[in-house]
Design a protein around this ligand. Structure first.
Ligand code: ZN
Length: 401
């Protein structure tokens, strides 16, 4: 297709219109976004609810496509409506203008993460519905806020509510990551996130002395153990080319604080680590290992979990999960290469999986630089349109399970 054809394509126009709504953190005003989505629902002929799990400023838009057997568990097509901040000076195109260049690259914050997927779902449903197709299962399109800052005002609360239970969800679609090569990434699980603070107490006193059991000495021990552990995970990755970062545990020192004056040995020093634990790790044993290191360091170390997410079982990717079977078969039949992965970060899928509902993350973006959360985020128009075709097959197959 040429640039003119893309410019005039109604689906490309809808995508660019969505990108131009600046639902950017912080303090997002979702009013225009909700109006846009309501217009989309009306144009397709889908009833729409707007619900507010936490407060009026954070709406969830839910569209319903009624299935032939609405008593069966439903399918959710989830996407988040918020996007992360931009550094406009670092962009070659205005981040909320959705400019298209001569090669069909559409530049905007959210072009990859994940407004593309939101309007691709809409486009796929629009096309399927227009062709006279009706799915066996009811399909819901959910557009949620707040994902980029943890989903606390969005999916986290939504899934707890009677409204969500009334949807009787059997399977959920959500996002994955852009792929630079031909293979598309599919996420079936997520690592477990801990933010762990070590409050390290020790002998205080004058900086001129040789004091025993100082906080500094204990800190050195803990820091070494944690860093050595991190290095061991890097080695695992180096030795296994089929593994990626989602398959190992990452340990990163993110904060270091303490001390009052240069000649005073402090009674307390603090370390904070961001830890993402692989799904194969026994969490209780891992925590015990850390506590053992604290004792070996000399004791007097208090652990404070600023965040301690529970283990959430990954979605089954075998014959026991009929949604997976239909999902994978569809992508295979289309001749698409896939990479089945554990998400190294976090998405709203974890709140769905926590309910025991299977969820897979997939963004139909391949052969594209990973510019999620980066400057000059873009998606090519042809990649976007191919994604709609993929979703048409995928949604109809999964909704007919
Ligand atoms: Zn995202």
């Amino acid at each position: 297709m040429s640039i003119m054809e893309w410019e005039n394509d109604s689906e490309i126009q809808i995508f660019r219109e969505y990108l131009r709504i600046p639902t950017v953190h912080p303090n997002i005003d979702y009013t225009a976004c909700v109006e846009f989505l309501k217009r989309q629902a009306a144009s397709i002929g889908l009833p729409v609810d707007v619900v507010y799990p936490v407060n009026d400023a954070n709406p969830v838009v839910v569209m319903k496509w009624l299935g032939k057997q609405p008593e069966l568990p439903s399918i959710v097509l989830n996407s988040h409506t918020d996007v992360v901040p931009v550094f406009p000076d670092m962009w070659t195109h205005e981040p909320f203008s959705a400019d298209m260049d001569d090669e069909g690259r559409i530049y905007a914050r959210g072009a990859q993460d994940m407004k593309c997927v939101g309007t691709q779902y809409l486009a796929a449903v629009r096309a399927l519905k227009a062709s006279g197709y009706q799915p066996k299962r009811t399909v819901y399109l959910t557009f949620v806020p707040d994902e980029e800052v943890g989903g606390v005002l969005g999916m986290l609360e939504l899934v707890k509510q009677d409204y969500f239970k009334s949807l009787n969800v059997g399977f959920s679609f959500d996002e994955a990551i852009t792929s630079e090569d031909e293979a598309y990434s599919i996420y079936y699980g997520e690592r477990t996130l801990w933010h762990l603070k070590f409050k390290i107490s020790g002998t205080a006193g004058h900086g001129s002395l040789l004091l025993p059991n100082t906080a500094g000495v204990k800190l050195q021990y803990i820091l070494n153990k944690m860093m050595e552990f991190g290095a061991s995970q890097i080695k695992i990755l180096e030795q296994n080319s089929n593994m990626d970062v989602g398959d190992v545990t990452t340990v990163n020192l993110t904060k270091l604080s303490g001390g009052v004056q240069s000649n005073v040995v402090p009674p307390l020093l603090e370390l904070v680590f961001d830890i993402r634990i692989a799904i194969t790790v026994d969490l209780a044993a891992f925590e015990q290992q850390i506590r053992d290191w604290c004792e070996e360091a000399g004791g007097g170390i208090e652990l404070e979990f600023e965040r301690k997410n529970p283990f959430i079982a990954p979605t089954k990717i075998d014959a026991s999960n009929p949604f997976w079977v239909a999902y994978k078969k569809t992508l295979d039949d289309l001749g698409l290469k896939t990479r089945i992965q554990v998400c190294p970060g976090a998405t709203d899928s974890r709140f769905i999986r926590q309910l025991g509902v299977p969820a897979l993350g997939f963004s139909p973006i391949n052969r594209t630089p990973i510019l999620i959360h980066d400057h000059d985020e873009f998606l090519r128009a042809d990649t976007y349109l191919e994604g709609i075709q993929i979703f048409k097959k995928l949604i109809s197959a999964v909704a007919n399970v």
